[in-house]
Design a protein around this ligand. Structure first.
Ligand SMILES: NC(=O)c1ccc[n+]([C@@H]2O[C@H](COP(=O)([O-])OP(=O)(O)OC[C@H]3O[C@@H](n4cnc5c(N)ncnc54)[C@H](O)[C@@H]3O)[C@@H](O)[C@H]2O)c1
Length: 333
């Protein structure tokens, strides 16, 4: 078992990584908790034993369930079952479950404690770490939420054995990102170490910038193109698959701007190959539409904003020229 600390003063918490670490649940439950509400989805089938009286709440599978209706019905069910301020939420599932469980914990009784057991690769290296919780509105993704840190995160890599291959690949796209955020040759490490190293990179960035005032934006490396592909709604891509292509695109943009050389671009291609990820835009990609969507990205405060690699590593670059962005799209495989 590998332990990584998310260092946030009196809100610090451990992330435990390894095969079977969900058995540590009872050991990480905060003092004073009397009952546990486990929030999960049908089909995940990951059992947890908190060693305390427990009640299970299932939410539907899929992004569509990540809305305020689900939060309302979970809070009502917990109230009907008599859950109090001293009780605990445990989220067992992928990013959809941990975002919902975290937000339920953030608002139920004005905030109760929670622990997550992320069961997707994307959840373990990204969604469950850092305290961003929330749900979607019809107007956009993740528009309602709270920063609410868990008491502990248990990244049990054994749970990944049942993950559908496409979900696994989606997680690999986010993993590839960490290679360029200080991770180096992460793809050469065994899985548990790779997950722990990614958690450590995210934990350190979150510790430096909990509420995304600066450094946390680096976690969006590869995400501007990914968000545009996802927002277009016409491409069949999981989030991490879109991020993977977005990493290549960001490298091409950085190269055109003279920020990185051809070797560094080639390294981006090599990393994706090592993770067996596709580096190409969808065949029918509409370049003009993607360019328009870049300027509507919610992270774009002052013109088109990209996280771009450079001599001192990735950094936020504001106001990238549309001509450069168009040329880089043409260069994409
Ligand atoms: N809060 C954050 O910082 C943050 C960061 C990144 C992503 N997210 C959110 O995460 C969500 C995506 O998460 P995801 O990619 O994990 O998708 P997901 O939660 O929808 O899970 C993908 C699928 O895998 C299934 N599944 C989960 N674990 C399984 C297991 N062990 N075995 C078999 N099937 C399993 C789920 O039921 C689901 O059908 C998005 O809503 C995104 O907004 C949040």
């Amino acid at each position: 078992m590998i332990e990584v600390a998310v260092d946030l003063g009196d809100r610090s918490y451990p992330v435990l990584v390894g095969k079977g670490v969900r058995s540590e649940l009872s050991a990480v439950i905060p003092n004073g908790v009397r009952r546990v509400a486990v929030i999960t989805q049908p089909g995940i089938g990951v059992e947890v034993d908190p060693g305390l009286p427990v009640e299970h709440f299932e939410i539907p599978d899929g992004e569509a369930a990540k809305d305020l209706t689900t939060i309302g019905s979970l809070c009502s069910s917990m109230a009907q079952s008599g859950f109090t301020r001293n009780d605990l939420v445990v989220g067992v599932g992928g990013g959809v479950v941990t975002d919902i469980a975290g937000f339920t914990a953030a608002v139920y009784h004005r905030g109760i404690r929670f622990v997550t057991v992320p069961t997707t690769l994307l959840g373990q290296i990204d969604a469950a770490i850092g305290g961003k919780t929330g749900v979607n509105l019809p107007e956009g993704k993740n528009l309602v939420g709270a920063f609410w840190q868990p008491s502990a995160v248990l990244c049990d890599t054994e749970t990944l054995e049942t993950l559908p291959p496409r979900e696994y690949r989606s997680g690999m796209g986010e993993l590839a990102k960490y290679n360029f955020l200080g991770g180096g040759a992460l793809h050469e490490l065994p899985l548990d170490e790779r997950v722990a190293a990614s958690v450590k990179i995210k934990a350190d960035i979150v510790a430096a910038d909990e509420r995304e005032g600066g450094k946390r934006a680096l976690l969006n490396y590869g995400h501007t193109l990914a968000h545009a592909l996802e927002t277009a709604g016409t491409y069949d891509m999981r989030h991490g698959e879109a991020v993977a292509v977005g990493l290549i695109y960001a490298a091409e943009v950085a190269h055109l701007l003279g920020r990185i050389d051809a070797d560094r671009v080639a390294e981006h291609y090599r990393v994706l190959e090592a993770y067996e990820l596709s580096n190409s835009l969808p065949e029918n990609a509409d370049h003009e539409q993607l360019l328009d969507l870049f300027s509507r990205d919610k992270k774009a405060l002052d013109g088109v904003t990209f996280v771009l690699d450079g001599p001192s590593g990735p950094e936020v670059v504001v106001g990238v020229d549309r001509g450069v962005l168009a040329e880089a799209l043409e260069k994409m495989p």
